[in-house]
Design a protein around this ligand. Sequence first.
Ligand code: ZN
Length: 245
Amino acid sequence: MVGWRALVPIVAGLTSAVMVAGSGAVPAAHAEPQPAVSQPAVPEPAVSKLVVSQPAGLDQKVVYLTFDDGPSEYTTRVLDILRRHDVRATFFLIGANIRQHRALARRVFEQGHSLQNHSWSHPDMRGLSWPAFKRQVLDTDAEIRKQTGYTPQCLRPPYGAVDKRVRKRAAALDKRLRLWTVDPRDWARPGAKSIARWTLKQVEPGGIVLFHDGGGDRRQTVAALPKIIKTLKARGYVFHRLWCG
Ligand SMILES: [Zn+2]
């Protein structure tokens, strides 16, 4: 867990609740859809983290809950909990998984959450050719747009694997990178209590918390969520979405 406080200062204070429908150009043809990959098996070590600043003048305690690697069978349970607690969050989706769970992707959107881009098949994007990089991003954009009319503006590269080239390429595709500041390591399944304890210990105003609703058995994440949300509310936090617009 090197570099807890971050290597790349990027302001992520994008708290606009406005949904932008159908923005962005349709990607150029990039044939050859890749095989569906629903289970990114490798855990997500934090290669780098972003510092998040509060938007000027906002004196609320804001936190961003984010969920990676879905949609999956666990997404429904996450959505139910978020709805019960009237909380909005951000889902970084895998394009190939949307193909398998289209209705779920629509439900995420219809419940008012932000859908953003987490690549098509969860590769380390540092090692990709430019055409492959484009396909990973634009095919996922297209799949999200097909289900919702919304084109993602945030990109979260798998594993948080970001280098200078990934930054440059993301910018060329008009994407803003958004990683996280709090990783309770739910992907390692340390137990629901540990996930809750770690999250609640680390969250500070402006924090972005990394959870997973896909990529494996997420029962622990689901079990930890209600306590995390209730405690953060009791501490005065409000829950915002990432838009990157
Ligand atoms: Zn991921």
